[in-house]
Design a protein. Structure first.
Length: 180
């Protein structure tokens, strides 16, 4: 039913699974012998973080934040709001912020600065998708799944108006669906 709204599949379930395993191996190499905390930026990254967490063979804990700069639109408003803060203290811990997509950089730039003030031992960013063409603020990415063109994508946790998150692949949404 949702497939009728997809213009093109960018990454299949198999491609995503393979790339998630590769990212997990990179993280294991970088944190060998250590313990990490994964912080999921809700809601879009929950599917990615669940798969990533299961693929990492290191002690790790998880926590969740919800931030918004999109509302129900398709582009960032530039106004970042924290709608759910962390439950755990991150001071002195090695944290990896897990995000679904890095677009303008406004939200992640704000979030990373906020987290840095909480004095973690280290902070790195892991994003499933990167849209470098749309970058407005510089953000350092340590782990990236895929670089994508400037298109509106859904699936594998990413949504439009809270729909399409349950698609097992990542696809480009037809512009007529969102009025683009």
């Amino acid at each position: 039913m949702l497939e009728k709204d997809i213009q093109q599949v960018l990454f299949t379930q198999e491609q995503i699974s393979g790339r998630v395993k590769e990212i997990a191996q990179e993280i294991q190499r970088d944190y060998q012998g250590g313990e990490i905390m994964l912080i999921s930026v809700l809601r879009g990254s929950f599917v990615f973080m669940a798969d990533l967490c299961r693929a990492i063979d290191l002690p790790c804990t998880v926590d969740f934040m919800a931030v918004s700069s999109y509302g129900k639109g398709t582009s960032s408003s530039g106004q970042v709001q924290i709608t759910k803060d962390l439950s755990e203290d991150i001071s002195g811990r090695d944290i990896i912020v897990v995000e679904d997509i890095l677009d303008s950089g406004n939200t992640l730039s704000y979030l990373l600065k906020l987290l840095e003030h909480r004095r973690p031992a280290s902070i790195r960013l892991c994003t499933l998708l990167d849209k470098p063409e749309r970058r407005v603020k510089p953000v350092q990415v340590h782990y990236c799944g895929f670089s994508i063109p400037d298109a509106f994508v859904v699936g594998y946790g990413l949504d439009y108006a809270e729909r399409y998150r349950n698609l097992p692949y990542i696809g480009i949404l037809k512009p007529e669906v969102y009025g683009g």
